[in-house]
Design a protein around this ligand. Structure first.
Ligand code: 3AM
Length: 175
């Protein structure tokens, strides 16, 4: 790895208004002291984590992604989940919309074609609300949020002492 490598991932990025509303909801649902809530500006739904990518691979990947034609879709954030091992509280749909599943598969194929090692596990759509939970938050409920998804983004992640900083590098429209 060289200094030119960047830590990248593809994601669905909510509007600032959605991010603030959802962060406020997480604050209501999760008592302080149980984990670290994701700050509003960092809330996102990961499509594909790429890891460290060099500039040439990034260019080749962007060209492949330019050729993906995928429809817009609606995502219904309807259930909360707690993963014990990564100590994460997440929000997601009951079922992954087929258009989202196909988009993730197309991104995985594009990344693999560029020589990147990608997750082969079944895709599980989730928006992480809090990390490092000390205990199971129990059953949580909120009004279903319908998220009209019209684009996806490529994001650079920089790990800083007080958490991750995310920068959107590119955006692709859906539909
Ligand atoms: O959307 P979530 O929070 O699930 O956990 C990281 C975050 O996912 C994940 O990539 C997303 C954007 O940072 N991530 C970080 N390191 C990872 C790794 N080595 C990873 N996912 C898979 N493998």
């Amino acid at each position: 790895m060289t200094a030119e490598h960047e830590r990248l991932f593809f994601a669905l990025w909510p509007t600032a208004q959605q991010q603030h509303g959802w962060a406020a909801l997480a604050q209501q649902l999760l008592p302080s002291g149980n984990g670290r809530r994701v700050p509003p500006q960092n809330l996102h739904l990961t499509l594909l984590y790429l890891g460290q990518v060099d500039p040439e691979t990034r260019r080749a990947l962007a060209a492949k992604v330019d050729a993906i034609h995928a429809p817009a879709f609606e995502l219904r954030l309807a259930r909360f989940g707690h993963w014990r091992r990564p100590q994460v509280l997440w929000w997601g749909p009951h079922e992954t919309p087929p258009a989202l599943q196909q988009l993730v598969e197309a991104l995985r194929r594009a990344a693999r074609a560029c020589g990147l090692e990608v997750d082969t596990r079944p895709y599980q759509a989730h928006l992480t609300l809090a990390r490092k939970l000390k205990r199971n938050p129990g059953r949580l409920q909120a009004e279903v949020q319908v998220w009209p998804v019209k684009a996806f983004v490529l994001v650079r992640s920089t790990l800083l002492p007080d958490g991750a900083r995310y920068e959107i590098l590119r955006r692709w429209r859906l539909g």
